[in-house]
Each structure stands twice: as C-alpha cells, then as structure tokens.
Design a protein around this ligand. Structure first.
Ligand SMILES: [Fe+2]
Length: 443
C-alpha cells in the first residue's frame, strides 16, 4: 500500500498547526527537569519527544524537498534519530536522558523554526509524495503524543511524592453501576480484515485479506479494575495455573503482585497512581497498565471462575466484531485533544449506568479508554510490503517478539485511531495504557 497524502496542502497545513500545538500543550506544565529525565530505557524524556518529532519533519521531509535546505543544527540529525538506519547513526536509546544540552528552550526554538519552514514550504505547491510524507509525520507526532503521556507518567510514578501532572477534574471518579458482562457472538466463517478504504493508514494495516474465524463471542465491555482486584484477592499472582510459562517467570523475577501503579492501602483496598496523582482505585473503570501476561492470566482465571473457555480475542475477531457492531462509527470524535487535557485516566462507562447488560448490544469501550491486548503475534499480513525509502523502517522491522493491541486509549489523539489500527508491544510491557476485553470459544 503506497503512502498517500491525507488532503490538500492547505488542509495539511491546518492539521500541522493543530498537531504541533497539542504536543507543546502536553509539555507546557513541565519544568526543564521534568522534561529531561529518562526513567527507564523503554521510556524517553519529553524533551527528546519534542526534538525527535521535529527531527522527523526536518530530516525526512525538508532535507529532501525544501529548496536550499540547511539543517538547523547538523548534530541533531544523529542525536534525535530514533532507529532509522537508512538515515545513519543514532544516539543510544537508553542514554537519551543524558542529553542535557541542547536545553529545553533550544529544542522549543528548533520546533518553532521548523514549524515556520514547513508552513513556507507548504505554500510552494509541494508534490504529492512530499505531502504523503508530511501526512506520515503528523501521524508519527500523534503517536509520540501518547508516548509523552505514558513516559511522563512512568517518570512521575517513580517519585514517592506521587506528583500530579495536571489537577484531577471535578467530574472524574464518578461511580457507575457496571453492567454485567454481555457477550456478542459470531457463528464463525470467513471474514476480511485490514485497511482498504480511503484515508491514511500505516503500511502494517494492509493489505485487506481473509481470515477464517471459529465460533466465538466477544465481551461487550472491558474488564474493570474491580474485577481485576478479584483476581488478586483470589491469589492470582501466586498461582502458576493461570500464567504462561514466560509470564510466570516474569511474575517471579519482578515479584509482581498487582498491575503497575497500584498501591495497597494500609487500611485495606487499593489506590493507583494516575496523571492526576495518587487516587483511590475506581473499581468500575477499565483495568489499565496490564501487560500481555497479566491480561492472559486474568482471562484464564476468569474462565475457571465462570466455567467458560475464556481467552484473549485474536485481532481478526476484534476487528470484525467491532466493524460488525458499528462501534467504530464514533472513533473520529474520541480521544485526546486540547479540550481533554484535564481528564487523563480511563473512565467508567457512565453512559451505560443501570444498563441491563443482556449481551445483544454493540461492543462498548472499543476506543478511547485503553488499548486491548490480543492473542495475535505482531506479524506481516499476507502480501505486506513496507513503504519505500527510509520510512520502510517504520513498522516492518519490528514484526518479531511483539503482540498486537487494538482499539485506542484516552491518550490516543483525536483523529488518530481507526478500526484497522495495529498497535504493538512486547508481552512484558505495561507502562502503556493497556487493558483487556475477554473472548470466549463457542463450541
Ligand atoms: Fe518516532
């Protein structure tokens, strides 16, 4: 699937302004120190995200298409290259936090300079392949906007003072009666998944192709924190029956006993660190910060409790189920934007308060709360072709030792998610906004 522009130069110029502004808004409450520190090798400093997203436009777009191109600073080409071997050398990922200079103000000045140059260049009637790269740059920056929040949460979560990134909104934490889990069943048979329509998609979402589904059902909502607390209370983290072998090794090595950011309160119950600081655990909100091992173990345990063959859905089951239920219709109106920066945690499904949960409705919470682990290994679709050039390294070379997540989270920027989107992380990763939806075999 060739890389395509998602609109005219004028339309993309408007989008460019909005996307770049949201990144700056995310960094706005941070001190230089907040933006500098790298809390673990997998997480990057916010300053690095600000720089690297700018690097993308300067190195992959302007360097190739801007008349009379001159780099803002020649060293930035290497310093803020993430993993593009076709571009050249890279600064080591675990040492991104050691780049104390250039400082935050210099990086912000670089951002503003590149913003001006991109706008000037956009008014010079750029060719379609260049607009296609700009489209990719916008989607790339949106991915980093979510990473800014997950990486920053990890950093602030390392601080015993549990500092809030932003104040908690007054409406947050409202209790909802979570409906009983309902099931949306499918008789099985051939289905088509993957991107085939108009509009932007990453190369890993294509080509559209056929899968054979076995009879199954998908849970009509996400697993809640309260339900996951039941797994812990039943000794779930201490019982190898529920865990994959590598998962059990992970539990013992890490001495894991609860999802990331959960804290047991001395008087009983749980609290959880959030981007709004330490908060009482909201039992009816979706469980979040689970890795694949935890999600899979929960499904196995919940199956034993209910007498049903529960498991994680495959990505084909998820995509077809969400498409069939019409749950993707509202995806473009959901997610992170300048208006939602005060509400940065998964929420209980207030719209469904008191709903009977009889299982005949659509799939709720498919988008905008937490990414949902699937049982599908992240691999190429049949006939997959990476994009040409350096951006061929964007997705294809990571198709090993990772699992696919579907949907989107509250931190996924508005307009970025779609039905065919394939997020991916290693099985032990849990600092992203990841949870689960159950599936069940029907035979
Ligand atoms: Fe990147």
């Amino acid at each position: 699937m060739p890389l395509k522009a998602a609109g005219t130069a004028a339309h993309l110029a408007e989008q460019f302004t909005q996307v770049r502004a949201l990144t700056c808004a995310l960094a706005e409450p941070l001190s230089e120190a907040d933006a500098q520190v790298q809390s673990m090798p997998d997480a990057s400093p916010v300053k690095w995200h600000l720089a690297h997203t700018t690097w993308f436009f300067e190195t992959l777009l302007l360097e190739r298409f801007e008349a009379g191109f001159r780099a803002h600073h020649p060293a930035y080409r290497m310093l803020f290259n993430s993993y593009y071997n076709a571009v050249g050398a890279q600064h080591a990922r675990p040492q991104r936090g050691l780049i104390t200079r250039p400082g935050l103000a210099e990086i912000q000045a670089w951002r503003r300079a590149v913003d001006r140059r991109v706008h000037d260049w956009l008014s010079s009637h750029p060719p379609e392949p260049a607009l296609a790269l700009l489209t990719l740059g916008l989607n790339h920056e949106q991915q980093h906007q979510e990473l800014i929040l997950s990486d920053l949460k990890h950093l602030l979560g390392c601080n015993p003072l549990a500092p809030a990134y932003r104040a908690r909104p007054a409406h947050a934490g409202k209790a909802a009666d979570v409906p009983a889990l309902g099931w949306v069943s499918h008789d099985g048979g051939p289905v088509d998944i993957g991107h085939a329509g108009a509009g932007f998609a990453f190369d890993n979402e294509a080509p559209r192709h056929r899968h054979w589904l076995a009879p199954h059902a998908l849970a009509d909502r996400l697993v809640t924190q309260g339900e996951f607390a039941g797994f812990i209370a039943d000794g779930g983290y201490g019982d190898p029956r529920w865990w994959l072998s590598a998962g059990w090794d992970w539990v013992r090595t890490q001495q894991a006993s609860a999802p990331m950011y959960w804290q047991r309160e001395p008087q009983g119950g749980w609290s959880a660190f959030t981007l709004h600081g330490l908060q009482p655990l909201q039992a009816d909100a979706p469980a979040v910060h689970l890795n694949l091992y935890e999600a899979d173990a929960y499904a196995r345990w919940a199956g034993a409790q209910s007498g049903m063959p529960l498991r994680l859905p495959t990505e084909a089951e998820w995509e077809h189920g969400v498409e069939r239920s019409g749950a993707a219709a509202r995806v473009q109106t959901m997610g992170l934007c300048a208006d939602t920066l005060e509400s940065l945690h998964p929420q209980a499904d207030l719209a469904r308060r008191g709903s009977a949960g009889h299982g005949k409705g659509p799939l709720h919470q498919a988008f905008g709360q937490v990414w949902q682990w699937t049982a599908s290994a992240y691999a190429a679709y049949p006939g997959y072709r990476p994009w040409a050039g350096a951006v061929g390294e964007y997705n294809g070379k990571f198709m090993v030792n990772q699992y696919v997540l579907r949907g989107s989270s509250f931190a996924t920027p508005r307009g970025h998610a779609r039905l065919s989107y394939r997020n991916f992380f290693p099985a032990d990763a849990r600092w992203q906004f990841t949870g689960l939806r159950l599936a069940c075999d029907l035979r």
